[in-house]
Design a protein around this ligand. Sequence first.
Ligand SMILES: Nc1nc2c(ncn2[C@@H]2O[C@H](COP(=O)(O)OP(=O)(O)OP(=O)(O)O)[C@@H](O)[C@H]2O)c(=O)[nH]1
Length: 379
Amino acid sequence: MSAKQISHHLQPHWVVHMNRRIRSQSFAVAFLILATHVFFTELSPWLYPALAFSFLLWPQLAYLRARKSVNSMYSEFNNLIIDSVIFGMWISGLGYPVWIAFILSISIAVNLMVFRGPQGLMQALAGLAAGIVTGSLFAGLRFMPDTHWITTTLAISGISFHLLLVSYIAFTRNEVLHQSRKQQQLIEKELKQQIEENRLLQEQLQEQANRDPLTGLYNRRYLDDSLHREMARCLRQGEPLSLVLIDLDHFKKVNDEYGHSAGDYVINQLAAILTSLSRASDIVCRFGGEEFLVVLPGTGLEAAVARAEEYRRMFEETTMTIEGINLTVTLSAGVACSSREVLPHDLIRQADQALYRAKESGRNRVCSQAPSTDQAQKA
Ligand SMILES: Nc1nc2c(ncn2[C@@H]2O[C@H](COP(=O)(O)OP(=O)(O)OP(=O)(O)O)[C@@H](O)[C@H]2O)c(=O)[nH]1
């Protein structure tokens, strides 16, 4: 796309629109003021078309020039410099009429000051000086400071009109800025809220992905991730880590006799007991259908067996009422402990073997990994 094509696609800077408004209105007033001066001082009638060009046609040309430019802001700045040169030419060309010189100089100084600050003011003065020199070259040096009272009155009204117009535009612009800033703050607030909601949702999803939907305990997936990590941590810190693998006794019978939802109720009761008897650092998870695994970091075999025994006793003593029938269920547990480097699935296998022995030796009991240290405790 060429620079020319780009310029057609770009919206001119808001300053271009603002200056078009100021130029069209204030320059028309200036035309009237200077025309009355030419009329009352009986200057050459050729000055009327020159005035019309400077104050009626130029504002439109300046706007078109800035609008078509790729950098409309820069082009508009040049327009203001041209304004000041034109004003300087009229000031010296008309023989320095005081009121006219005053309104033209102050208006261009204000415009460039609004546009570019003190630097703009200096540029306005430089443009005026260049115009004055050029005007003197064409019209020679003459000095006619007086203006007719009608021209003076028009000049005072004109400059007042111009300053009020500029102030009003600045005020409306400020309002627009204020509104858009408020809107931006609202958007920012909404964005922050959305980000926070997304974060919470992500956390929830992550949590859900790690939880068993029936009991709310951690699931097998979470165990796979965390057991490895916990074992490595305990090994690093020289601490033991124990596993308690739990299985409900004759659970099939519960399902068969009381229904699947009664079975679910029993599973939930056991989950609540395991959670209530565990520490915050323990990982309680549902390992399979009616199997549970508790990871006890920093716990030796003896303490782990004692804990498993607590689970067993409390569950056995819990009477569950299902559809008016009182029911007690028991559990068997296998305990394994490691204080040296061992693979997670090997430790689970040891706990499983202990559990198998607990089942084999009559259920409702806790067995630990090594036959020599078995602490089978029948209730
Ligand atoms: N209600 C319910 N039952 C389940 C769930 N998951 C597995 N089960 C049941 O648990 C029972 C397990 O039965 P078995 O593996 O034969 O074991 P058991 O009857 O407990 O016998 P032992 O383990 O040898 O004492 C099966 O009937 C499964 O259908 C569950 O989420 N809810």
